[in-house]
Design a binder for this molecule. Structure first.
Ligand SMILES: *[C@@H]1O[C@H](CO)[C@@H](O)[C@H](O)[C@H]1NC(C)=O
Ligand SMILES: *[C@@H]1O[C@H](CO)[C@@H](O)[C@H](O)[C@H]1NC(C)=O
Ligand SMILES: *[C@@H]1O[C@H](CO)[C@@H](O)[C@H](O)[C@H]1NC(C)=O
Length: 250
């Protein structure tokens, strides 16, 4: 019995001396996932479970995706707070970790899930030469992900006609036009993006199909044409002379 009690006490002592750090957040996290939005403010507080014992100067360290975050010295002992203000879309998926200095195995992390709308709300003027290709691009990065619809002159674009091709890798959505023709491709296009959180956003493209610019130099062409005309002229003259000769001999 005495041995058992002794072992239990020993265990209890051992358990109460297991070092740990915990991270609390405002707003509160769900487990280790903190849901927030761009432009918001998040406060993280890291604490040791050892209480304020001045004899044990427990220093805490912060890491953002593995990179050290510098905090003032007075904000490192027993309790350390970090303020993320404002939250940006670059903070999405980022892991903030607090650890005991000198013992990396005593750590606690929190992961950011940052909601942000796509950065779209503008108009692009585009000039495309007849028979050349064009690409209309839209930045569709957003959290949660969005759906994309292409429209032309107010109607959903029929992708089976007009030699259109679309791609979307979650970062950029593109509409490709092959061999632009004015009567088919000129008009106002819209890349319409739908977000379950932020609603509808769009980028407009005013596409003008221009006449093909002559690319070859005009000077040599004219002299070339002149040379050909002269040759033909000389040929006709010499022929006429021959004919004349013939008629003379006749
Ligand atoms: C955090 O602690 C755990 C468990 O003690 C350990 O396995 C892990 O390697 C530590 N993480 C870092 C980054 O040191
Ligand atoms: C889009 O841009 C227009 C004009 O620049 C502005 O008035 C409008 O508030 C913007 N909308 C969004 C959702 O940013
Ligand atoms: C785009 O084209 C439409 C229709 O031709 C026109 O009303 C609008 O002003 C144009 N937008 C810009 C920004 O030039």
């Amino acid at each position: 019995m005495e041995v058992l009690v002794g072992v239990s006490l020993l265990l209890l002592c051992f358990v109460s001396h297991v070092k740990a750090v915990t991270v609390e957040s405002c707003p509160l996290a769900t487990g280790t996932l903190l849901q927030t939005e761009v432009k918001k403010t998040v406060t993280l507080t890291c604490m040791t479970d050892e209480g304020m014992d001045p004899s044990k100067q427990k220093e805490l360290q912060w890491f953002r995706n593995g990179a050290r975050v510098n905090v003032p010295e007075e904000n490192r002992l027993y309790r350390s707070s970090l303020c993320v203000q404002p939250v940006t879309k670059e903070d999405n998926g980022v892991i903030f970790m607090c650890q005991l200095k000198g013992d990396a195995s005593v750590n606690s992390s929190i992961k950011f899930d940052v909601k942000y709308p796509p950065d779209l709300n503008d108009t692009m003027e585009m000039f495309v030469e007849e028979t050349t290709d064009a690409v209309l691009s839209c930045d569709v990065r957003a959290n949660p992900p969005v759906t994309v619809a292409w429209k032309k002159d107010g109607k959903v674009l029929d992708l089976t006609s007009g030699s259109y091709k679309t791609t979307n890798n979650g970062i950029t959505a593109q509409l490709s036009i092959t061999k632009a023709k004015r009567d088919v491709h000129q008009g106002t296009y819209i890349c319409e993006v739908n977000s379950a959180v932020y609603g509808t956003m769009a980028r407009m493209f005013n596409v003008t199909v221009e006449d093909k610019v002559l690319r070859f130099p005009l000077g040599p062409t004219i002299s070339g044409v002149v040379v050909i005309l002269c040759t033909i002229l000389f040929a006709i003259i010499s022929r006429r002379n021959k004919i004349k000769c013939c008629s003379k001999s006749n």
